[in-house]
Write a protein that binds this ligand. Structure first.
Ligand SMILES: Cc1cc2nc3c(=O)[nH]c(=O)nc-3n(C[C@H](O)[C@H](O)[C@H](O)COP(=O)(O)O)c2cc1C
Length: 332
């Protein structure tokens, strides 16, 4: 029998720290289960729109699915009061967090209630920088509205806080006092984890992550924190954890390229691709998404000709043949 704990307990009281980032389109059930099976302790759904989720059964079915097997079970050691870990381990279930974008408390808290039985926490997105999101007042539009964030978190905490923790994912702000105010408001309102993406709203993902900025943001938080940005390998992630002092390290593009990264693999192993195929087939991942995931996993290893030939693959049957041929070419 494994034990179930909250995401904050997982990264604060046990030696669990690896996190798969929320990714629109990509962090769906098969990918989450894949990452979890390779030592990822916490996984996030893609950002969903609370306005739609709360309103429509159709949106709920289209946006979210899960299963009993999606969380992996990890043998973890509990942290002792002196900061060291017990020598013994116990089986603890990983956590799944549902992320939503919202600009008001009503639909966010309704969504929390609707999804509470299926996830371990609900996360408020305050980082999405796209223009349409900004204009809707969601995502990064909330970065400088700490009072709205506090209202969303507090209302949800009052409504479902006893059964579902609330977490908040932010970006750092050029003006440090704004980051401080945002984090303090979120924590005071009841947030149990702060995820910190170390880039400003206006910075693209090609800008190197600001680890000092994350460390500073962490110092404003009295609850566990997760560092996010430029974690491309296990080694790099451990270094990020060290430098930022956060409890956890979250990866987006690193895991897309190599879902086995947190298990110590330097590149996507063939068995990971096989596992992804099985999960995608059994959960019914739509073909364009399946195609894209395989591309990301193999991208660094493919020649220009191989990339072109993969782009010409337009059905599951030909994709499976293509992958078999690719495997033969690397294995023999
Ligand atoms: C394809 C893709 C989709 C993303 N979708 C989301 C999302 O739904 N919610 C969110 O908070 N961030 C989203 N992000 C941002 C990531 O969660 C993460 O903050 C960012 O990519 C930095 O991490 P990285 O340097 O490890 O890629 C997305 C990023 C990518 C690459």
């Amino acid at each position: 029998m494994s034990k179930t704990v909250t995401p904050a307990e997982l990264i604060n009281e046990y030696n669990a720290w690896t996190v798969q980032a929320p990714m629109v389109r990509y962090s769906k059930q098969p990918f989450r289960e894949l990452c979890a099976s390779y030592n990822t302790h916490i996984t996030y759904t893609p950002m969903m729109l609370s306005k739609e989720f709360a309103r429509s059964e159709f949106a709920r079915a289209a946006d979210f699915s899960t299963s009993n097997s999606e969380r992996a079970i990890f043998n973890l050691s509990r942290r002792k009061p002196n900061g060291e870990y017990e020598k013994t381990t116990e089986p603890i279930k990983g956590c799944l967090i549902a992320q939503f974008a919202a600009n008001e408390a009503v639909t966010f808290s309704q969504s929390a209630e609707l999804i509470a039985a299926h996830v371990d926490a609900i996360d408020l997105n305050t980082g999405c920088p796209t223009q349409w999101a900004y204009e809707e007042g969601i995502g990064s539009a909330l970065l400088r509205k700490p009072e709205v964030v506090a209202d969303i978190v507090k209302t949800t905490y009052d409504r479902v806080g006893s059964k579902l923790p609330i977490t908040v994912k932010i970006r750092i702000d050029k003006e440090e006092r704004r980051t401080e105010q945002l984090i303090k408001n979120a924590v005071m309102a009841g947030a149990s984890i702060i995820g910190i993406h170390g880039r400003y709203r206006t910075q693209s993902s090609t800008t190197p992550v600001n680890l000092d900025g994350i460390a500073l943001a962490r110092s404003f938080s009295s609850v566990p924190t997760i560092s996010n940005g430029d974690a491309w390998s296990l080694e790099q992630s451990l270094d990020i954890k060290d430098k930022t002092g956060c409890n956890g390290v979250m990866s987006a593009r690193g895991l897309l390229a190599n879902p086995a990264m947190f298990a110590g693999y330097e590149e996507t192993p063939i068995e990971c691709i096989d596992r992804f195929i099985d999960l995608s087939m059994s959960y019914g991942l739509q073909f364009p998404l399946f195609h894209r995931h395989i591309y990301y996993m193999l991208e660094s290893k493919l020649s220009k000709t191989q990339r072109q030939s993969w782009h010409n693959v337009i059905s599951t049957a030909t994709a499976l043949d293509w992958i078999e041929e690719y495997k033969e070419s690397v294995l023999y």
